[in-house]
Structures are given as structure tokens and as C-alpha cells.
Design a protein around this ligand. Structure first.
Ligand SMILES: [Zn+2]
Ligand SMILES: [Zn+2]
Length: 386
């Protein structure tokens, strides 16, 4: 098995420093992280490869061995199938490393909410996730859609590039807490530690705040995003757009944007998964003699439904592949049309005569169900009398 050189994978030179190695790894890990590339097998592969490479090169002993012997340095102990299992463990630990590294801010954020997270790393904070509710029509869910989303959101301040400090100045270490973010206070026998009130635990203060963002490192702007909504989405579908949430604070990573789709009720169709249901009234005569009628379909076309002679009210007809598309396939669900026989109303004298005349001609053969039913009712009362 030929493997790509670890230095090449991490896009660094053989003489790079630990710092360069780490920053290049972070950059690549951010880019190929599975969370950022859902369903992308290549990204997952790349992420595993760079994680494996970094796992070796970050360790001075392993790096020295690798420099001398190459990949052979690590093949001996766990050849063949064992390599997979061994790698799996390593991968898991590396994975959690990088996860803490990249997304560890979330932990601080949670602590911060309760009053007094240390803030860490100069007060960087991951931006908040945003939720955007969007209602689309059933027709749009059928065909898919490129939607334009406008949302007010905080973005990294362009004036200070997110540092919060006036351009040309730097945040300075907080003098109250000497940069630790915590202060100690003696109270009787006890020493209490609490979050530094001067810097709110960040360890740094901005003496000359950026005039554009008042030191927050981010400003509010209306953003426009194009979102591709795939054909066949269902009510309640959530689409995640990584890094499109609020900008982080003071250089922290951005949050994610979640689009929650709801599908507006349709005047004609009800949906169940990929199948569509509708009801169509037909006349008593069509039901009795047979015939056909046209119904609209979700693709904007119409289709003919054939009604055989003697069709009863409530009968359902299936129109194959006239339903909704099934996500990520080329197939479509079915459409079901339920006919409802409409009883004639507001009859003229002539129409009454015709129906009365027709009724006189009716028999068990024309109405097997109702004659059967009334025969049973008769028998039932006859039984009671005895
Ligand atoms: Zn600014
Ligand atoms: Zn402080």
C-alpha cells in the first residue's frame, strides 16, 4: 500500500516548526472536517489522512522515526487488518483533540452563561447558531427551488478584522487580573476566586475600541444567501449551512445557520411521504354508467382518471408515479384519487319523475348492498318478535 507523504498531506516542509505544523493542520482539519462536509466520502478520507499524519508528526519521537524510516516505521507493529483497528482508536483520540481544539469554545460559552467562564484564548467565542424558518409551497417542494434568504446577522467587523481594537492598536493584557481573567479576594479565612470584572474573564482589555463595532469585533449587516432546496423535501426538513451563522466574537469561529422548512397546506393535495392524496366528486350517472374525468397533477399537468361502470362512492384509484419525487432518487411516489359520488340536489319535477320511474325498475341486482342490508334488518326485527 503506497501512502502519501505525511508532510505533503499537511502541506508543510520537512523542516517546519511545531507551530507551523499545528496551524497548517488546524486549517486543513477545518476545511475537511466531516461536520463541514456531510456525506462527502472524499472529505472524510482526507480528514482521516491528515489526522493520522498529524498524530505522528506532532510527537517528536514518532516524527524522528518517520523522518528516518518513512511509513515503514509504523507498519511493523500493526500490519494488515490490524492497521484499521489501531488507526480507528488513534483516529478517535485525534478526532476528540481537534474537536476540543476547534470547537472547545462551546464549552466556555456554556460556562460563561452561568456567570464567569474564563473565556480563554483572549475571549474568542464561537458565534451563535441561527434558525431561519421558511415556508414553501407543495409545488416548490415538488420541483426543488433556489431560495434567496435575507437575514440580519452579525459578521466579522471589517474595520478591525474582528479583534475589537481600533486599527493600529492591539488588545492589551488586563491589569486588574494580570491577564488571567480571574481575581482572588480574601474574605476571612477564605480566598474567593471570581471572574475579573474589568475584562469579564477575557484576560485582555481593549483600550482603544474599534469605532465601527465598539470593541465587539462584529457588526450587524443584512446578508443574502442562496439556498438550494432539493426536490422532494418534506415538511419539517432542516437544512444546515455550516459557518453561515453569527460571526464569532473576537476572532472565534462562526456559528451555523439552520433552515427549517415547512410546507404550506395545499388546496387540493394531501401528502404522505412521497404519495399524494386527493378527492374528486363525480356524478351519480358517471358512477353508474362509467366514464372518465381529468384531475390536476402536482407537476402542473393534468391526467385522466377512468371510472368503471358501477363505481361506488369512496373508491380510490391509484395513479402510478404521479406523486412527489423521492429525495436523491429519480423515482416518484403515487397519486391516489378518491371519488365521492355526488347525490343530485334541487331536482325539477321532470327529474323527479325520471328518478321515480328509474327506482320502480330497481331490484336486488341493481342495489345488492342496500337490499341485502335491509333484508338483514327485517330478519333482525323478526327474530326480536318471536
Ligand atoms: Zn471593529
Ligand atoms: Zn481582567
Amino acid at each position: 500500500m503506497s501512502k502519501i507523504d505525511y508532510y505533503e498531506l499537511l502541506e508543510v516542509t520537512k523542516t517546519c516548526s511545531d507551530g507551523e505544523l499545528k496551524s497548517s493542520y488546524r486549517k486543513l482539519a477545518m476545511k475537511w472536517h466531516p461536520d463541514k462536509n456531510p456525506g462527502n466520502a472524499e472529505a472524510e478520507m482526507r480528514f482521516k489522512e491528515i489526522s493520522e499524519a498529524y498524530d505522528v508528526l506532532k510527537d517528536p519521537q514518532k516524527r524522528a522515526a518517520y523522518d528516518r524510516f518513512g511509513h515503514a516505521a509504523f507498519d511493523g507493529g500493526m500490519g494488515g487488518g490490524g492497521a484499521g483497528a489501531g488507526f480507528g482508536n488513534d483516529f478517535a483520540s485525534t478526532f476528540s483533540d481537534i474537536f476540543d481544539d476547534l470547537f472547545g469554545m462551546a464549552g466556555n460559552r456554556r460556562g460563561g452563561g452561568g456567570g464567569g467562564g474564563a473565556g480563554g484564548r483572549g475571549g474568542r467565542e464561537r458565534g451563535a447558531d441561527l434558525r431561519y424558518n421558511m415556508e414553501i409551497t407543495l409545488e416548490e417542494a415538488f420541483g426543488g427551488k433556489n431560495a434567496t434568504v435575507r437575514l440580519p446577522t452579525s459578521i466579522v467587523c471589517e474595520t478591525c478584522s474582528g479583534s475589537g481594537a481600533k486599527p493600529g492598536t492591539q488588545p492589551t493584557s488586563c491589569r486588574t487580573c494580570s491577564g488571567s481573567g480571574r481575581i482572588r479576594q480574601a474574605q476571612g479565612f477564605f480566598t474567593l476566586e471570581r471572574t475579573c470584572p474589568t475584562c469579564q474573564g477575557r484576560g485582555q482589555v481593549i483600550e482603544d475600541p474599534c469605532p465601527a463595532c465598539a470593541g465587539a469585533g462584529r457588526t450587524t449587516r443584512e446578508r443574502t444567501l442562496e439556498v438550494a432546496i432539493p426536490a422532494g423535501v418534506e415538511d419539517g426538513t432542516r437544512i444546515r449551512l455550516g459557518n453561515e451563522g453569527e460571526a464569532g466574537l473576537r476572532g472565534g469561529p462562526p456559528g451555523d445557520l439552520y433552515i427549517f422548512l415547512s410546507i404550506a397546506p395545499h388546496e387540493f393535495f394531501q401528502r404522505d411521504g412521497a404519495d399524494l392524496f386527493c378527492r374528486a366528486p363525480i356524478s351519480m350517472v358517471t358512477a353508474a354508467l362509467g366514464g372518465s374525468f381529468e384531475v390536476p397533477t402536482i407537476d402542473g399537468d393534468t391526467t385522466k382518471v377512468k371510472v368503471p361502470e358501477g363505481t361506488q362512492s369512496g373508491k380510490r384509484f391509484r395513479l402510478s408515479a404521479k406523486g412527489m419525487p423521492v429525495l436523491r432518487t429519480r423515482t416518484r411516489g403515487d397519486m391516489y384519487v378518491q371519488v365521492v359520488v355526488e347525490t343530485p340536489q334541487n331536482l325539477t319535477r321532470r327529474q323527479r319523475e325520471l328518478l321515480t320511474e328509474f327506482d320502480a325498475e330497481c331490484s336486488k341486482e341493481t342495489h345488492p348492498e342496500s337490499s341485502g342490508f335491509f333484508a338483514k334488518v327485517r330478519d333482525f326485527f323478526a327474530g326480536e318478535a318471536e
